[in-house]
Design a protein around this ligand. Sequence first.
Ligand code: 1HN
Length: 346
Amino acid sequence: MEDRSRLTPERTAFYNKIDKQNMAPLWTVLGDLVTPEPASKCEAAIWHFDEIRTAMLEAGGLITAKEAERRVLILENPGLRGESKITTSLYAGVQLVLPGEIAPAHRHTQSALRFVLEGSGAHTAVGGEKTIMQYGDFVITPQMAWHDHGNETDAPMFWLDGLDIPLVSILDASFAEVLGEDAQAITRKSGQSYAEFGHNLMPVDSVRSGHVSPIFNYPYEQSRETLEAMKRGDDPDPCHGWKLRYSNPLDGGHAMPTIGTFIQLLPKIGTLPYRSTDATVFTCVEGNGKSRIGETLVEWGPKDIFVVPSWKPVVHEPAQESILFSYSDRPVQEKLGLWRELRGNS
Ligand code: 1HN
């Protein structure tokens, strides 16, 4: 068979010549650029919370939240080491705020989500409003919103940070600034956004529009109750169990423009194989079990974090009814017409 990558002395001489002119042949790289299906360097992987927790507490003895600006350990995908990525398009880290600490106010074009893993009662302030965080709460920091965190409780607080850093980076659209003060001014009552937008109602003259949900804390208590109601009313989906998408009450779209966020209740019988083009980061909220991701088996319990790469088939085998939170770049792929899924074994 003809090999278009085969080197001959003439070809090598030509490639060397055009290399000096910042040109390169397409035919030697075409197969790597346009693959018949996703061929990601992102690997299936799991991080166990007990190991993260131990390392974080050690980090807590080395640097304060204030000095670090954010005391976070990045969860680096083993196939993408050194790139600060958990998938090709998304970042994940675990943040620790110790009692009495403050993570000072800053803002940036990267959007962030927090998913609370341990502790109860620390706060984050976003856009002039504080929200108190509890286990399993999903909290949004929209792009360019000032945000600072504080822990006035007597126990350490841990949460999962998910950001669209690699997406913003590939678009060269990063802007950031520090406020220069520990905490931003508080101008709204705690819980006001949820009260105004979280109950199928909204202020009649609200001029908030699209893009990102005005609800910036989706409390776990509500998500849990909704999953239970779904379970009472419907059979589980064979691939997902009972699965919800966090939505933006302004337009019914995803709660965040760049990151899709989901919570699902897995029935004890588990799920059928499922694959989609949005590599997905999962964390277990309740229960325990195993997931088969292609050839890789991961065993998870509460607060463990695992990643399913694009187009790798996943089968969840919970040991009992279990709840998983997850996030991916699905909203971006949907808007660009790129998102695909495949249900079952085909
Ligand atoms: C950030 O602003 C936070 O505000 C956490 O808690 C992690 C990682 C990279 C860039 C900004 C936070 C971050 C981050």
